[in-house]
Design a protein around this ligand. Structure first.
Ligand code: SAM
Length: 218
């Protein structure tokens, strides 16, 4: 899949001053190497370093949900779930992300797998797929495939819920999506059942994140 969006400038995904922007070799977010390079160099301005209240509230309200986390990065939410005995699989196609997440998960490292979202078959039927900074990490040309794959992975009634980065951005990642475009993307497969403001967003997402819960249509 090609990316029609101009390559990301090295200062686009960070929140430090422009003068401190690192230079990167890899400019294609469709390639694992793009993310590997950033994890290797500790340049992860999207990383929450913990879980936010909306995630905790939703997870607490759905204690029996088997959860899939695509594009898990450092795996904070997977760790939170695994430590509470929840059924969870977290995947990432970048080996460095997987290595970091596995190290952080310690005795629960085996819930993290290196896999591509578009081909991965989870060992259970997820009741919930958690979204955070995954859709906005994908080149825009992949959006229709994202929606189709989410729909394939979830049975009728199951939930796609998490943080969505709203508002078109000229470049990325993160690639923000206009609200109307997001609705058009997901409503062929899903019904929106909850829409909340988000507390505690990182600077890179601040004011433009919503917690959205979508239920897979029958
Ligand atoms: C911006 S990071 C967000 C990580 C994590 N969700 C978080 O909130 O910190 C996006 C992640 O998605 C992963 N990713 C991108 N495309 C992927 C794909 N097709 N399959 C699996 N992981 C993918 C990248 O390797 C990267 O770790």
């Amino acid at each position: 899949m090609s990316d029609p969006t101009p390559p990301a400038r090295p200062d686009q995904t960070q929140n430090s001053t422009p003068n401190s922007a690192p230079e990167f070799e890899s400019r294609d977010p469709a390639a694992p190497a793009f993310w590997d390079e950033r994890f290797e160099r500790g340049f992860t301005p999207w990383d929450q370093a913990g879980v936010l209240p909306a995630f905790e509230a939703f997870a607490t309200a759905h204690p029996d949900a088997a959860v899939l986390i695509p594009g898990c990065g450092n795996g904070w939410e997977a760790r939170w779930l695994a430590e509470r005995g929840r059924t969870v699989r977290a995947i990432d196609f970048a080996p460095q992300a997987v290595a970091h997440a596995r190290a952080a998960l310690g005795e629960h490292a085996d819930v993290v797998e290196q896999a591509d979202f578009y081909t991965y078959a989870p060992p259970f039927t997820p009741a919930w797929i958690f979204e955070r900074a995954f859709l906005c990490a994908l080149p825009k040309a992949q959006r229709a495939d994202y929606a189709r794959r989410m729909a394939e992975l979830l049975a009728p009634g199951a939930l796609l819920a998490g943080y969505f980065f709203i508002g078109e951005t000229p470049k990325g990642p993160p690639f923000g999506i206009a609200r109307a475009e997001l609705d058009a993307l997901l409503t062929p497969y899903f019904t929106l059942i909850d829409d909340q403001a988000v507390q505690g967003s990182l600077p890179v997402f601040e004011g433009r994140e919503r917690w959205l819960t979508w239920r897979r249509n029958s």
